[in-house]
Design a binder for this molecule. Structure first.
Ligand code: PGA
Length: 249
């Protein structure tokens, strides 16, 4: 696990965009695993800037997103499909037919989840998976629990997550109570993982991840099983880490 601590968001966005650009430049048909939430927004803006500057070409890039609220229509302005279109896809030359987000209106969610796994398999797997992290240690919507699902599945959101995400909705009551999310195994099958964490609210979860111990009460800790994880943090996000551990990373 590689940890890099930055002084500001701009440097995080640049470094993250460098990693994604490297993947695309090595393979113009790369499969990007993408995440929503406020954390990756500056990095997406930097990718858009590079596209506009003629530095990046997304014309043959494919993408799969981590998760989607359920039930929620793709054109609902709170959906993750809407977020991806507005933050990234509408501003670059990616073919939207090559972008995948779980179907928030699936009549049969179990079948939709199995189909999503098949999409990822048919694409040849994920070259780089971008992740944020919840204050409770979730990745995607894999919430802390006694047991974690390996593959894409329908899940209930925890009260913590509903409260944390209410800032994007008019009221807490409007936050969907369920989501379709890649499972921990789906995430770990990505060839590279790029996790970004900023702010004090993520400090406890990041400290748990960096302790190196595995616990389902912090799903992100399972990333310690992967051999190619890069974590980009600001100083606030590492403020609860054991300094002697930080020195060894
Ligand atoms: P955030 O969400 O980027 O909006 O903090 C991250 C997450 O909950 O995974």
């Amino acid at each position: 696990m590689r940890l890099i601590v930055f002084d500001n968001q701009k440097d995080i966005a640049n470094f993250g965009a460098d990693m994604i650009a490297e993947v695309i430049n090595n393979n113009p048909c790369a499969v990007l695993g993408l995440a929503t939430g406020s954390t990756p927004v500056p990095m997406y803006a930097e990718l858009v800037r590079r596209y506009e500057a003629g530095e990046l070409d997304f014309s043959t890039v494919r993408s799969v997103n981590l998760d989607e609220y359920y039930p929620l229509a793709p054109d609902n302005d709170q959906s993750y499909r809407y977020f991806m279109n507005h933050q990234l896809f509408d501003h670059i030359n990616i073919d939207k037919n090559n972008t995948n987000v779980p179907d928030g209106l699936a009549a049969d969610p179990a079948a939709a989840c199995a189909a999503y796994e098949e999409i990822i398999r048919d694409l040849g797997g994920i070259d780089i998976q971008v992740l944020g992290i919840g204050g409770n240690g979730h990745i995607g919507f894999n919430e802390p629990a006694e047991a974690l699902d390996p593959l894409t599945h329908l899940t209930d959101l925890t009260e913590d997550t509903i409260r944390a995400n209410a800032r994007f909705f008019e009221s807490e009551a409007d936050v969907p109570r369920h989501a379709l999310t890649m499972g921990i195994g789906t995430i770990l099958s990505a060839r590279r993982i790029l996790l970004i964490a900023t702010g004090e609210a993520k400090a406890k979860a990041i400290a748990t991840v960096l302790s190196g111990k595995l616990t389902t009460s912090c799903p992100a800790s399972l990333l310690n099983l992967h051999s190619d994880v890069t974590i980009l943090c600001d100083r606030a996000a590492v403020s609860l880490c054991d300094p002697s551990l930080l020195a060894t990373l």
